[in-house]
Design a protein around this ligand. Structure first.
Ligand code: SF4
Length: 212
């Protein structure tokens, strides 16, 4: 297949994972760039685009070499949906026979909607960063409404999805978590909000300064 070269800010590939795509053996493709600035973010170099992007032909070569070994590809980051050629890339991955999982911060509902409507995505993990009253303080982006729009797109689709949050005790209180769980229940999402532990080390606030 002759493939048009796509512009993709891909920093690296995790060649195999058994835990990042439920019930699938998968690889993770890590996109650079993000429109949020969560202080606890443990991928500052990804968010700030500090890596030399992989060549598109090398990414395609990797995918071709794994078509019989892997069941799925996780598109993660950063915020993968911001990539200019994201939809074309997801389409290519599907053409190669993989299932696609998207990890998203929920700020780009139009791309989530397009990917679902084109049957390019099989599973979505969406971040619920904080309740409305704290959302901008945690993410440095005024996008709670976009998150809700993305969530509602998933709810009204037949796509499997999970909702998760990072619990940084400097950002979220127990009362915030309860508020977020109640928010999901009000939308008839009864699967528990997945709580991810804050990972210390080199965080975005260590790189950019400011309070964590
Ligand atoms: S933790 Fe925040 S800043 Fe880091 S990649 Fe996710 S949404 Fe972007």
């Amino acid at each position: 297949m002759v493939q048009k070269s796509l512009k993709l800010p891909i920093a690296s590939i995790t060649p195999i994972t058994f835990q990042d795509f439920p019930d699938h053996i998968a690889a993770i493709i890590w996109f650079m760039g993000c429109n949020m600035r969560c202080s606890y973010c443990h991928n500052p170099d990804l968010v700030l685009g500090k890596y030399r992007p992989l060549r598109f032909e090398d990414v395609v070569s990797f995918l071709n070499s794994r078509s019989k070994l892997l069941q799925g590809i996780v598109l993660s980051g950063g915020e993968c949906t911001l990539a200019k050629d994201f939809i074309a890339f997801a389409s290519l991955i599907k053409e190669l026979g993989f299932k696609v999982k998207i990890d998203t911060n929920g700020s780009n509902p139009q791309v989530v909607r397009e990917a679902i409507s084109l049957n390019l995505v099989d599973y979505v993990a969406i971040d619920f960063k904080a309740p409305n009253h704290k959302f901008e303080a945690v993410t440095k982006l005024n996008s709670f409404d976009k998150f809700v729009e993305s969530l509602d797109i998933l709810i009204s689709s037949d796509i499997d999805f999970e909702v998760r949050t990072t619990v940084d005790p400097n950002q979220l209180l127990v009362s915030d978590i309860v508020e977020m769980q109640n928010f999901l229940k009000d939308r008839a999402i009864f699967n528990p909000l997945i709580l991810q532990n804050f990972i210390g080390g080199n965080t975005l606030s260590d790189v950019l300064g400011g309070r964590r």
